[in-house]
Design a protein around this ligand. Structure first.
Ligand code: SAM
Length: 243
């Protein structure tokens, strides 16, 4: 049976007894019904993972004993940022989950002219918490050892003002070079912009190009935003990373 993995963002040491945070307790004990002596893996997002076993369980708390540290590294050599226009909530969740499985390091939600979903100032913190939850669950499931960051949403104009090294690409249907035909020595890190359900406007694509963002395509078929995101990230990981 696969040993369950839990993200617990705190420092650990071999031999240490750790009280599980409430959410981890609920997942490990109440959902997965782990019992005393059963193995589990903890990771804190700083690299590597800790093999542990349940040492004590009571009605409301549980502790684990850290048995060993494994310096396992499941991170890709290429640093990827997904700059994803905000799309409908279930589609956004899907795009983020797949992006984490595909090894992205940073997620930048983007507000664009055709964004249907609007996030009010008072909703930003709640949205970020929700997206971070998706990212944590995807890291736990996919064996990631470093936690990708989710940034607060920005407008396209604000994002273009952020200084970034490497290569920035905008994915837009049209007669643009294919994303999988990029030269092997393309400067990294790579930031990839994906549009909302209605796509980027022509003016947005033009503004990006003027700002030095490379327009790229995924071929003749129009993919849904969340499909485009997964397909493009898979191609980038294949070309420049470890897929
Ligand atoms: N009619 C819209 C347009 O022309 O942009 C379609 C938008 S598509 C549903 C959502 C996003 O997925 C696009 O903004 C783009 O980032 C990406 N996308 C989908 N299919 C694509 C393709 N064949 N080439 C490049 N990008 C694509």
């Amino acid at each position: 049976m696969r040993i369950p993995r839990f993200y617990v963002p705190q420092p650990f040491a071999v031999g240490q007894e750790v009280t599980l945070p409430d959410t981890t307790f609920r997942h490990a004990v109440q959902v997965l019904r782990l019992g005393v002596g059963e193995p589990l893996i903890l990771f804190n997002g700083e690299g590597g993972e800790y093999v542990a076993h349940m040492s004590h369980i009571s009605k409301r708390t549980a502790s684990v004993l850290i048995d060993s540290f494994s310096a396992i590294d499941t991170e890709s050599p290429v640093h990827l940022t997904l700059v994803q226009a905000v799309i409908k909530p279930d589609k956004m969740d899907f795009a983020l989950q797949k992006a984490v499985e595909l090894g992205v390091n940073t997620i930048q939600p983007l507000i664009t002219q055709r964004s249907v979903v609007r996030i009010g100032k008072e909703q930003v913190d709640k949205k970020l918490l929700h997206w971070e939850g998706i990212v944590v669950a995807a890291c736990e499931q996919s064996g990631r050892t470093r936690m990708p960051t989710v940034q607060a949403p920005l407008t396209l104009e604000r994002w273009l003002e952020t200084p970034l090294s490497g290569t920035r690409m905008i994915l837009a249907p049209g007669d643009f070079p294919r994303i999988n035909a990029m030269p092997a020595d393309l400067p990294t890190p790579i930031a990839l912009l994906i549009g909302p359900e209605g796509g980027f406007t022509g003016a947005e694509v033009e503004t990006c190009v003027q700002a030095g963002v490379m327009p790229v395509s995924l071929g003749p078929r129009i993919l849904r935003a969340e499909t485009a995101s997964s397909a493009a990230l898979a191609l980038l990981q294949h070309r420049f990373g470890d897929l």
